[in-house]
Design a binder for this molecule. Structure first.
Ligand code: PSU
Ligand code: MN
Length: 318
C-alpha cells in the first residue's frame, strides 16, 4: 500500500529510521516506507513486468550539457522513455524523492514537478537518501539510489542511459561511483548503453569484478562505451536473448550489468562525439588539467567541439 496519506502525520525522522532499519531489501514491509503509484502497485501485485527508471537524468547533468537538460525538454524526454517501456509491454516506475517521500512510479504531474525543479532537486546517491528524506527535500535518484528503492519494492530490472564508474585518475582520487558498490550488494539488473569513455572503463570493469558483479553485453562480446558499440574491453558474459538473461537470474544477492550497444542508426553521430571526447582528453593532458577540474573541462570542450550534438545523442541513446 502507498504511504502517501500517512506521510504527513509520521515525522520525517521516524520514516528515516524505518528505512535505515530495513535490512532485508525485498521485505514486504518496505512497501509502507515508500509511495508506490497505483499503476506500479497493481502491476507488481499481478506479477506483471515493471521497469525501474532513474530521475537524475531528468534533472541533472547529461554528460555534455553542463547545466543539465532544460525544461520542458527534460519532461518530454522522461515521458518518451516511459512510453517506450509501455510500448514494450511493461510498466515504467520512475523513482525519485518528493518532499522527503521516496516515490516509485510518478504521475505525469509529479514527473513535471521534478522536471521543473531541474538541478534544484538534489542529486541523490545512496549516501544522500537519509539527508533528503530527513530534510523533506526533493531528490533525483542516481543509479545507486534507484537500485536501492527498486530492490526494496521488488522490481528486478532497471533501464538507464549510462552508469557511473571509476573516474579517470580514480586510482589517486578514489572518485568511484557508488553505483558500482550498489551493484555489488543489491540484486537488480541494470540495463544501459554502457559507460562513457570519459570514465576509466577498464578499471570500472575490474572494480565490478572485485565486487562480484556479473557484467554482460547484449549480442556482442565487448562492453559498449555509451556513444560507441565498442570500448576495447571484453565482457566475461554475452547475452543473446531475453531468455539467456532469465537463465542468469541466480539468487546471488548482487546486481547484474547488461550493456546494450547504441543502436546502429545513431552509431555515426556517436562516433563523432567519441572522437571529440578523445580530442578533449588529449587537450586536457597537454594543458595539465587534472583532478576535479578535468570533468567540467571535458564536458564544456566536447560540447563546443560537437556544437551541442552530444546532448542530442545522449537523449537518442537512452
Ligand atoms: N552516466 C551517464 N549519465 C548520467 C549518469 C551517469 O552517462 O547522467 C548519472 C547517473 O545517475 C549515475 C550518476 O548514477 O550519474 C553517477 O554519478 P557519480 O559519478 O557522482 O556517482
Ligand atoms: Mn563521484
Amino acid at each position: 500500500m502507498a504511504a502517501s496519506s500517512s506521510s504527513s502525520s509520521s515525522s520525517a525522522l521516524s520514516r528515516l529510521s524505518n528505512i535505515q532499519n530495513h535490512l532485508n531489501p525485498i521485505d514486504s514491509l518496505a512497501k509502507n516506507l515508500v509511495k508506490i503509484s497505483p499503476e506500479v502497485s497493481e502491476a507488481l501485485s499481478h506479477g506483471h513486468a515493471v521497469v525501474a527508471l532513474e530521475s537524475t537524468i531528468i534533472s541533472h547533468v547529461f554528460f555534455a550539457c553542463v547545466q543539465g537538460m532544460p525544461y520542458p525538454q527534460n519532461f518530454e524526454t522522461a515521458k518518451e522513455v516511459e512510453a517506450i517501456v509501455r510500448n514494450n509491454g511493461a510498466v515504467p516506475a520512475t523513482i525519485a524523492i518528493l518532499e522527503g517521500l521516496p516515490c516509485v512510479g510518478l504521475s505525469t504531474e509529479e514527473l513535471e514537478r521534478l522536471a521543473k525543479l531541474g538541478s534544484k532537486a538534489q542529486k541523490t546517491a545512496r549516501r544522500d537518501i537519509a539527508h533528503v528524506v530527513a530534510t523533506r527535500g526533493n531528490g533525483a535518484t542516481t543509479v545507486s539510489a534507484t537500485m536501492f528503492f527498486a530492490s526494496m519494492v521488488g522490481i528486478p530490472v532497471f533501464v538507464t542511459g549510462g552508469i557511473g564508474g571509476v573516474h579517470r585518475h580514480g586510482e589517486h582520487t578514489m572518485d568511484i561511483s557508488s553505483d558500482l558498490t550498489e551493484l555489488g550488494r543489491t540484486p537488480v539488473a541494470v540495463i544501459s548503453a554502457g559507460i562513457k569513455s570519459i570514465l576509466d572503463i577498464p578499471r570500472t570493469l575490474e572494480y565490478l569484478e572485485t565486487h562480484g558483479v556479473c557484467v554482460a553485453a547484449y549480442k556482442t562480446n565487448e562492453f559498449p562505451a555509451f556513444f560507441t558499440e565498442t570500448s576495447g574491453s571484453k565482457v566475461p558474459c554475452r547475452v543473446d536473448s531475453p531468455e539467456d538473461y532469465v537463465n542468469m537470474k541466480l539468487k546471488l544477492g548482487s546486481g547484474l550489468v547488461i550493456g546494450v550497444p547504441i543502436p546502429r542508426e545513431h552509431a555515426a553521430s556517436g562516433r563523432v562525439i567519441e572522437s571529440a571526447i578523445q580530442s578533449a582528453l588529449r587537450e586536457a593532458r597537454e594543458k595539465n588539467i587534472t583532478g576535479n577540474a578535468e570533468t567540467p573541462f571535458l564536458l564544456a570542450r566536447v560540447n563546443e567541439l560537437t556544437g551541442g550534438l552530444s546532448l542530442a545523442s545522449s537523449i537518442l541513446s537512452l
